[in-house]
Design a protein around this ligand. Sequence first.
Ligand code: ADP
Ligand code: MG
Length: 728
Amino acid sequence: MSTIRFDSVRETFRRKPLEVVSKGKRSELFGSNVFNEMVMRESLSKEAYKSVMDAIELGSRIDRKLADEIAAAMKNWALSKGATHYTHWFQPLTGATAEKHDAFFEPISNAHAVEKFGGDQLVQQEPDASSFPHGGIRNTFEARGYTAWDPTSPAFIYGTTLCIPTVFVSYTGEALDNKVPLLRALQAVDNAATDVAKYFDKNVTKVNATLGWEQEYFLVDKALAASRPDLVLAGRTLLGHSPAKGQQLDDHYFGSIPDRVLNYMRDLEQECMLLGIPVKTRHNEVAPNQFELAPIFEEANLAVDHNSLLMDVMDKIADKHNFKILFHEKPFAGINGSGKHNNWSLSTNTGVNLLSPGSTPMKNLQFLTFFINTIKAVHDYEELIRSSIASATNDHRLGANEAPPAIISVFIGSQLTKVLDELEDVSTGKLSPKEKTDLKLNVVGKIPEILLDNTDRNRTSPFAFTGNKFELRAVGSKANCAKPMTVLNSIVAKQLIEFKGEVDSLIAKKGLKKDEAIFNVLREYIKASRKIRFEGDGYSEEWEKEAEKRGLSNNKTTPVALEGAVSDKVIKLYESLGVMTLREIEARHEIELEEYVMKVQIEGRVLGDIARNHVIPTAIRYQNTLIENVRGLKEVFGSDFKKYAGEQLDLITAISGHIAEINSMVNKMTDERRSANKLASGKDKAVAYCKKVLPYFEKIRYHCDKLELMVDDDLWPLTKYRELLFTR
Ligand code: ADP
Ligand code: MG
C-alpha cells in the first residue's frame, strides 16, 4: 500500500479547526501595527511630521536631521510593540518579497547595550543583493544594490520585526525592483491627469491611481500537498486524473465555508486588521477548495505593497492552520484557475473618482474624458498590457481553455456603447448652439450615475468597465500587481498628455471653446479605438477569428507576449515618461525570459521524475500482480486459462504500452531540454522551452493518467485529485 498517500489522507481526516483567539474589535485593531499618520502626528515634531507628509504628497526629500528624528520615533514605537528587529522590506524582480533582519540591539561595551536605529539605517541599506535577478545591470564593478526608504508606504510590524517598505536600486540608480517603475508611472499619471482634470476643476492639484485587487487562491491540506512532489516543487499538479465529480454542481460556490477554512480566514483577517490591510469580502470561488479575498481599494502603491505583504501573510497563516496555499494560476487541470482582478481608477485630491459618472453634464464630460482616454490607451498599447500579465504560470489560463482570453479587449456595456456611438457623430470644429444643448441634455446629461448593465456584466472580458472603475481581469493570481499597474498608469499618462496637447491646440489655433475642443478630440479617439471594444463572449472561437480580422494581437504564450514589452513604441513611451530607461527595459525582459525558462525547466524535471520513479514502478508492480494471477489461472485451468484471463492479459498489454510511451516521451523531452539549454539567447531558449519541451507535458500526463485509472487504488502513490480537492 502506498503509505505516504494514505497517511496524509488519514492525517487530514483527523484535523480539527484551529481555535482563533480574538484580539479585539476590528475597528480597534485596524492599523495598530502600522506607523501611520496618526502615530506620526502623536510622536513627531510638527516639522518632522510635515516633512513626511510632503514626501508622501509632493515627493519631496526628507532632511537628514529630520530622518534621525523620524527613525527615533519609529524605533520607540516599534520597541513599545515588542519588536526586536528591523528590516528593509522590498520587492526584487523574483516576484516575491525580500527582507534582511537586523537587531535594534547593539552592545556598546562589555556591560552595556542599547537599542539603536538612526536616520542612516532608516533611509538607506545595502543588502547583500548578489542573489537577486538584475538582468545584467549589476555586473561586478558596480555590484552593489541599495534599498531606500519609500515614505509613501508606511512602516509596519510583522511578528517582532519593524518592516520598512523600500525601493531597490543599483549603485548607478537603475531600478532592480518592481516598485521603482511603479512609483515613476504613478508620478507620470498624477501629473498628466491633474493637468486634464484642471479643465473641469481648477482646485485639483493631485490625482492618485487607485487599485483594489481581488486575490483568488486554493487551499489544500498541508499533509496532502506534501505528498505530491509536483505541488511541493512546482506549485501545481503536473498529472492526476480528473475526479468523477468536479465543479459541475456549483455546490462549493454557494455552499458555506468549511470550518477549518473559516477559522483560517478569521485568523488572517485579524492579522490584516493589525497590518492596516482593509480586507472586506471573503467567499468561496467556483472550484472546490478555491477562495477569494478582496480589500477596499487604496492608493495604488500602497495597494500593491499590501497585496505582496498579504500573500506572505496568507502563506504563513495557512501553514499555521495546516493548509498549503496555492497561488498558482492553474493548480489543477480541468478545474477553474485563479486570477487577481485589478480594479483601477483615478481619484483627485478633491475626492472625485474620475471614472465615475456624475450628476451634471459637466461632471459627465469629465468622466467621458477619462473613460475614453483610457480606452484609447488600451487600444494603442494592448500588446504591452498583454506582456505585463505574461508568465509561465498564467499561460495556463490566458489563451488556454479558460477565460479571459489572451486577446486584450475592452468591455463597456450597452449604455455606454450607445453614448460613444452618439459622440462619434459630433460635428467637426465649432458646434452649433443647438448641437451643444443637445449633447448636454440628451447625450452627456443622460448618463446615469449608476449604470444599469454593470450587474450582468460580461465575465469573460479581460478589461471591463464596471460602473466606476476599470477591471483588468487577466492578471494572474501569483503576479505582483506592480507590473500591470506600471503599464496601465504609464499608458494612460501618455494618452492624457497627448489629449491635453490636442485640446489646447484646438483652442489656441482653431479658436474652439474648451468643451467643443474636448468633444472634437474625443470623437476622433472613439473612432480610432473602435476595434479594441468588444461586448461578446471573449472565450469563443468566433472572437478569435474576429479579433484576427480586426488586427488585434493574440499572444498565447509568454515568450511571444513578452515581445510586447520591448518594442520601439514601448521604449519611447517609457523613456518619454521617465518610467524606465532602455537598460532597465532590456534587463527586465531578460529576467522575465529567464524566469520562464526556469519554471518550465523545473516542471519538466519534476514531471520526468514522477513519471519514472513513481508512476512506472507502480504500474510494474500492479502488472506483476496481474501476471501472477494469470500464471495461477493457467495452473488451475490449464490450456483453457485464456477464457478466464482475457481482461488481465489486456491490462498487462495496455500497461506495457503506456510504460513504453512514457519512457520514450520522457527521453525525448529530456533531449529537447538539453538542446534548449545550449541556446545562447534568452529569447531562443524561452521559445524552445515553449515549443519543444512543454508540449511533452500533456503527452506524458495522458499516459500517466491512464495508468492511474488502471492500477489498483491501494498501490497508487500520488494523492488523487478527489482527495486533494474534496478532503476537508
Ligand atoms: P466584484 O467585481 O467581485 O463584483 P466589486 O465591484 O464590489 O466586486 O468590487 C471589486 C473590487 O473593486 C474591490 O476590491 C473594490 O475595492 C474595488 N474598487 C471599487 N471601487 C474602486 C475604485 N474606485 N478604484 C479601484 N478599485 C475599486
Ligand atoms: Mg471582480
